[in-house]
Structures are given as C-alpha cells and as structure tokens.
Design a protein around this ligand. Structure first.
Ligand code: DX5
Ligand code: ZN
Length: 216
C-alpha cells in the first residue's frame, strides 16, 4: 500500500474555506488534517468543533483530527459528532492514556496518539498494539510553517522498529515542516501518512503539490 497525504487546513485561506475544502475533494489527498489548539497545551489558539461541523457536509475525505488541548478525554463525544475518522490526542496531555484510547475506539473512531519532539518512543511500548496510529511531531506543536526537526527521521525509523517488533499494525503519521525533501526521507524511514500545511496551501498549485507528495 502506498503512503497517504493529509493536507493541514491550518494553512488554508479561512476566508475561502469552502473553496479550499472543494480543492481537497478534487485532489489526490487521502485525509484532511484538522488542528485544534486551546492556548494552554500549546501557545496558540486555532479553531474549534464548529469549524469541523461546518465543513462536514461538503468534505468527501476522512477527517484526521489533531487535538492540541489539555484533557482531550473530555471531548471524545464532540469530536465523534463533528465527523472525525481518527482522533489524535497528545501523550503529554493524557494521564490515563489506555482508558482514553479505548473510549475513542468505543465512540467509533480510530485512535491516534501524538508525541512531542522531546518525548521518547519507548513510552508507547505497552500500548502500541492498542493504537491505530502514532502521530510524530516533527516541529513543536502550535504553529504552521516551522522548520523541520531533522532528528524526526531517525525517530521514525525507531518507531517503525518498535511496531515491527511488537507485531502491531499501527500507522505512522508525521506532522510539521514536511516538504518534498523531508517527505522523501520520512517515507524511507517508514512513515505511512504525511501531513503538510504551508508546503501545500502556500504553493502556486496546491492540487499539483498534493500529487507531487503522493507520487514520491
Ligand atoms: C502544528 C500542526 C501542524 C501544522 C503543520 O502544530 O500540528 O499540523 O499545520 O504545518 P506545516 O506543514 O506548515 O509545518
Ligand atoms: Zn497537526
């Protein structure tokens, strides 16, 4: 199976969200990545569930929701009702990770766990088989358009090793500073899904840029 591309709506033109979503629908994008920030877990505030609800009727691709919020377990119902295919919560924001992952799956969604750049892979040793996806942050979460942390390539390889060793079928998604160059290295290291915000939406032809990332 080839890799997936998930454009991040954070870099879209919010004045023209309908056209941006229609562009995603027409493109080869596999998922739409949606970044929800609370100004507490990360030093920025983005958008909330009402934006997801608004795009839900026109979006034809699965929603990949990335919650950069404290106490994400309190919002499982809201995220499911907003139409999420997969709900990604942060390891660093979850005291009872196993309970929250189970509750996400019980709510009918796939469960993803996100690691900040400084969080080691081995914290997932005892839960990797229960998770549908690991979202590795290749920048510090909170803002689009940041510089890719090179160490993320080697971290991706180590995560891939853990998944193989545990005989799990967990997917690996990478988020932050992804462009054609970094994407190539990440795919060689074992990434399954590439998130890209600025590289896609700020390019002259976003549909073509999505295709370029798909064709790698
Ligand atoms: C950052 C977000 C990312 C962001 C990526 O905290 O989680 O999804 O939109 O943006 P780029 O691809 O521009 O680094
Ligand atoms: Zn994200």
């Amino acid at each position: 199976m080839g890799h997936k591309v998930a454009p991040s709506l954070l870099a879209a033109n919010f004045l023209n969200l309908q056209q941006e979503v229609e562009m995603i629908n027409r493109s080869e994008a596999d998922w739409l990545h949606l970044d929800i920030m609370d100004g507490v877990f990360v030093p920025n505030i983005s958008f909330g569930f009402s934006v997801l609800e608004a795009i839900k009727p026109i979006l034809t691709k699965p929603m990949d929701v990335h919650l950069m919020i404290v106490e994400p377990h309190k919002f499982i119902r809201e995220v499911a009702c907003a139409g999420a295919y997969i709900m990604n919560i942060h390891y660093e924001a979850s005291i009872h990770l196993h309970r929250t992952v189970s509750a996400i799956k019980e709510a009918g969604m796939k469960a993803g766990v996100t690691l900040n750049p400084h969080t080691p892979i081995n914290v997932l040793d005892d839960i990797i088989k229960d998770m549908d996806m690991v979202l590795l942050m290749s920048v510090n979460p909170g803002f689009g358009g940041q510089k890719f942390i090179e160490q993320s390539v080697e971290k991706t390889s180590r995560l891939k090793d853990l998944i193989t060793r545990k005989n799990a079928d967990t997917l690996i998604e990478i988020d932050g500073g992804v462009n054609k160059n970094t994407a190539q290295k990440l795919l060689s290291a074992g990434a399954d899904i590439l998130v890209a915000g600025n590289y896609i939406f700020k390019s002259p032809n976003p549909t073509q840029t999505i295709k370029d990332l798909k064709d790698l």
